[in-house]
Design a protein around this ligand. Structure first.
Ligand code: PEP
Ligand code: MG
Length: 316
């Protein structure tokens, strides 16, 4: 039955009553593109560009090398969306030329957008490479910053994009609780939000994502995390803008339905999960997803949230 459901799973992501939820792929570079295309991804929702930088941690790759890699990914999705995240270095992905060596607590230190604002030449080169790569291609380029904390961060990033002459939508990742709490203020500066639920869970629960002993708190079904997702999605709706999810949460088919019910407008995940998420989403109406989302938020624990959503969707 599972096989039949997957085989029937093609085309754009949507609920059974036709509410569209684009299903996008998370990629680390051109090597991940074939799997994304095979899975029928409608574009890329998270291009983790730091993989280009990890070969040689002593300096940034040349602008030419970056242009080549960005162009290969952009060319693969004509008429599709490609959301490129600027370099997210620091914490679990340190780079010698960017990351301070002596931070007592790297996850709370200079990482993500903070590193780039400290090294504007690295951001400038990356944005200029993206502008060159996208030139003449029919793709919908969107560029977003990791670890945006507030409106000041969002404005600094949008200014850098404008200065680079980038013809793209600029967005902010919501990975820090302050960004979810003040999402409307951030949306005064950028055109879309993308929830990075891995880091959002880490910072909401003060639970390091690399420490197995606190993994219970990294569960994306935690109702507090669902509350922050809902706040972000509601803010985006009020501003007439989009709010996707690109963290691991999007790859859990049941949770994908709940995220849809919370108002999330696209889901980005590892390519292998796309057929499962597409098949599950196609089984339920938007109203059922909304009821499942409300039931999950009313729960007190991650386990209860999952069980409550499951009960609603299986009609118990
Ligand atoms: C996230 O934090 O959820 C995310 C998508 O970014 P990364 O996992 O690369 O930190
Ligand atoms: Mg992250």
């Amino acid at each position: 039955e599972r096989k039949a459901a997957l085989a029937a799973s093609t085309g754009p992501g949507a609920t059974s009553d036709g509410h569209k939820v684009p299903l996008l792929a998370n990629v680390g570079g051109p090597a991940d593109v074939p799997a994304a295309l095979d899975a029928g991804a409608e574009g890329v929702g998270l291009f983790r560009t730091e993989f280009l930088f990890l070969d040689d941690s002593s300096r940034a790759p040349s602008e030419e090398k970056q242009v080549e890699a960005y162009r290969q990914v952009l060319e693969a999705f004509p008429e599709g969306r490609v959301v490129v995240r600027v370099l997210d270095a620091g914490a679990d992905k340190p780079l010698d030329f960017l990351t301070p060596a002596d931070e007592p607590n790297p996850a709370l230190g200079v990482r993500g957008l903070r590193s780039l604002l400290d090294h504007p030449e690295v951001l400038r080169t990356q944005l200029s490479a993206l502008a060159t790569a996208a030139r003449g291609l029919p793709v919908y380029l969107e560029v977003m910053a990791p670890m945006v904390a507030d409106r000041t961060d969002a404005k600094a990033f949008a200014d850098a994009c404008r200065d680079a002459g980038l013809e793209a939508k600029f967005g902010a990742m919501v990975e820090i609780p302050s960004a979810a709490l003040r999402a409307r203020s951030i949306l005064q500066e950028v055109e879309f939000l993308s929830l990075g639920t891995n880091d959002l869970a880490q910072y909401t629960f003060a639970a390091d994502r690399q420490v197995g002993a606190v993994s219970r708190l990294q569960d994306p079904w935690q109702p507090a995390l669902l509350d922050l997702v809902a706040l972000s999605a509601e803010a985006a709706k009020a501003e007439g803008k989009s709010c996707g999810v690109c963290g691991e949460a999007a790859s859990d088919p049941l949770l994908a339905c709940v995220l849809t019910g919370l108002g999330v407008t696209s889901l980005s995940m590892g390519a292998a999960s796309i057929p499962y998420v597409r098949a599950t989403l196609a089984k339920y109406t938007l109203a059922q997803c909304e009821r499942a989302a409300a039931a999950a938020r009313a729960a007190d624990t991650a386990e209860e949230a999952r069980a409550a959503a499951q009960a609603v969707l299986s009609g118990e």
